[in-house]
Write a protein that binds this ligand. Sequence first.
Ligand code: ADP
Ligand code: MG
Length: 289
Amino acid sequence: SVPLGYFGGIGGASRHGILVKGANYLEALTDVRTVIFDKTGTLTQGVFEVNKIEAVNGYTEDQLLEIAATAEAHSSHPIAKSIRKKLAKEISQDLIESYEEIGGKGIRTVISGKSVLAGKKDLLLNNSVIVPDQEIREAGTLVYISVDGEYAGYLMISDREKEGAKESVAELNKAGITTVMLTGDHETVAKTVSEKLGVKEYHADLLPEDKVTWLEKYLEKEKGNGKVVFVGDGINDAPVLTRADIGVAMGGLGSDAAIEAADVVLMEDQPSKLLDAMDIARFTKKIIW
Ligand code: ADP
Ligand code: MG
């Protein structure tokens, strides 16, 4: 059983905007071996901006943007929000005849009788859309669009690292904790972000279920050594939050599902809050024994 003193630690943590859902999690936070971060919305701001539109096959940039924004009308993904923001006008909801969000890939929808795909290149390729091979140098997330099976162009979207993310990763590295980033985003973006932030290991192009597989590998590796933490915003990663020894959700951007699934909720979406939580846990342990 968990020493009573940890219950006091929970109160202390809550005064720092850290909600710990049980004394056992506070105790576990004193014994962390690996911290796995989700990328979008966790290490990066998750506030994307559309900074390039490439329209082909007779579409204008404005048309492509409008198609993309309509396809993304119902998605709460940060990418979707940035596309709607760029359009900056009302989307005609009654044009949307069907809608399906494919977790970690994008959107399949029917708009005014035309079937539209918006998302990763894979999503289009797997639906027999021919996407031209092109070398794209800038590091951004690409949202590819097709209309009735024909490629129509892409939008390039960029995100920025969170303030303090680099320092938090450095502190974890210094403490000898393994830092890892998991992302559904593509290799180029993952490599750039992890190098910029000093994250030791990363795995890119993951589907939500691949994230669970990776988490399980780290759990296996640390078995008997210590705890594995997963930190995410919960968009597409509630299953990993549940499976980790300690699932930590960013409470601000995060979805209700994430806050439900998490063991620890950070009210401010800052990676440094995880270090605060670990400090409070250590301090609590010290005054108990
Ligand atoms: P991360 O692991 O970085 O948090 P997600 O798992 O949420 O990312 O998404 C992985 C990738 O799937 C995104 O980088 C994007 O390419 C694509 N994607 C996911 N949702 C959408 C969407 N609503 N619209 C377009 N693309 C999307
Ligand atoms: Mg995410």
